[in-house]
Design a binder for this molecule. Structure first.
Ligand code: GLU
Length: 426
């Protein structure tokens, strides 16, 4: 089997480990594996801004296009202090496999700025976004590379990004970025789409594993854009019992279940943070994020950041089903332990593909200057998720391999076939 070089980023290690396995399974030669592994285009930019106190600061920004074999590069932009070139490269390659497994006409890209966005004022955030948009403009476009929100970026950031490009190119292009606000060519259903797709995967998996989601216990790590909506959908639409949620302030545990609407309201009126929620509710206790991962629950949804389930704690995870809302929440070692212990893991590239799927719908609507109804978006999302899930599930069972391996097999096969059919230019 091909052995990839050692990677400094655990997500890159996972992506390339799975890619190598898939390439070997598909009988691809070493040159092809190398081509699939290598990002097509990597851009590093300086992002200088003037701070509110008059000083100047320079941040490092990145945009990586891992592959455009299936279509324009597609993927979010994250603002986080941990952002590095390796991390963005790993996330870009995960986007290639995610778009492929979902059957979308997109390749994979990712961008980011190494910054603690929460420490910036709104004005500083806008200046940062506009300068970054300007710096990566040469490689961005609705038929080239289409950014979207990711960790600590949102519709407002996408609106500034879109406006900057509109001003510079002097043309309205609503398809150049997705995850935009509704009033600015956003799509109905985009805000909850990642969580909605995760919920679909949870139901499909539970059906096949033979348990009922109604009344099942769920722990959700991360109460941000993905985790909060997932908890809400699971509780309200599927009658699951949410026993724990967490954010940077800690994890909040209610063994008999919590009222998700109340948690959402608390976060909304408390600056988006759950600090003090254990004091606000008698039945809720404060535990650590690490303890949340090891709770005795039916379903665990890591929906925060990468590298959470590792060789250190995978042996103590008690959930029977893990639905990965974050990108790369499980390391290679952690995953192997989970698989050996018979835990069903629905991998990130499938479980959280609902977000980019509705981004695809938003892109199509943008290209046509036309808005779909929420029903149309949601029913098409269900169709995409069901098809992708069934395909991965069937491959996993036919080949007797874990869902992550099967998802990569489906994804790599589609990308490799496109590359081989198109041939090598020039
Ligand atoms: N950032 C999201 C992801 O990792 C969405 C990407 C997109 O919509 O392009 O899947």
């Amino acid at each position: 089997m091909t052995v990839s070089p050692a990677y400094t980023d655990p997500m890159l290690e996972m992506a390339n480990y799975q890619l190598d396995k898939a390439a070997q399974h598909l009988g691809l030669d070493e040159g092809m594996s190398q081509w699939l592994r290598t990002p097509e285009r990597v851009l590093k930019v300086a992002v200088p801004i003037k701070m509110d106190d008059g000083t100047m600061r320079v941040y490092d920004g990145y945009r990586v296009q891992h592959s455009t074999a299936l279509g324009p590069a597609k993927g979010g932009i994250r603002y986080h202090p941990n952002v590095t070139m390796d991390e963005v490269t790993a996330l870009a390659s995960l986007m290639t496999w995610k778009c492929s497994v979902a059957g979308l006409p997109f390749g994979g890209g990712k961008g980011g700025i190494s910054v603690d966005a929460r420490s910036l004022s709104t004005g500083e955030l806008e200046a940062l976004t506009r300068r970054y948009a300007y710096m990566i403009l040469p490689i961005v476009g609705s038929k080239q590379d289409v950014p979207a929100p990711d960790v600590d970026t949102d519709g407002q950031v996408m609106a500034w990004f879109n406006d900057t490009l509109t001003m510079l190119r002097r043309e309205a292009d609503p398809a150049v970025v997705t995850g935009k606000p509704l009033g600015l060519y956003g799509s109905l259903g985009r805000a909850r789409s990642t969580s909605r797709g995760m919920a679909h995967c949870t139901i499909f998996a539970a059906e096949r594993m033979g348990f009922d989601v109604a009344g099942a216990t769920v722990a959700v790590q991360g109460f941000g854009k993905v985790g909060s909506h997932y908890a809400d959908i699971m509780a309200h639409d599927h009658s699951a019992t949410i026993v724990a949620v967490s954010d940077v302030s800690g994890a909040y545990y209610a063994p008999d279940g919590m009222d998700v609407a109340d948690v959402l309201e608390y976060a909304r009126t408390n600056g988006g943070i759950l600090t003090g929620y254990d004091q606000a509710q008698d039945n809720v206790q404060l535990i650590s994020n690490e303890e949340l991962l090891e709770l005795d629950v039916d379903i665990l949804a890591p929906a925060a950041i990468e590298g959470q389930i590792t060789g250190r704690n995978a042996g103590s995870v008690k959930a029977t089903l893990i639905v990965e809302g974050a990108n790369g929440p499980t390391t290679v070692e952690g995953h192997e332990i989970l698989v050996d212990r018979g835990v069903m893991v629905i991998p990130d590239i499938l479980a959280n593909a609902g977000g980019v799927t509705v981004s695809y719908f938003e892109w199509v609507q943008g290209l046509q200057f036309f808005q779909w109804t929420l029903e149309e978006v949601e029913s098409r999302l269900l169709t995409v998720m069901r098809k992708a899930f069934d395909q991965v599930w069937n491959v996993a069972h036919e080949e007797d391999i874990p869902m992550r391996e099967a998802a990569f097999l489906v994804a790599v096969d589609r990308v490799a076939e496109s590359m081989l059919t198109r041939g090598l230019f020039p």
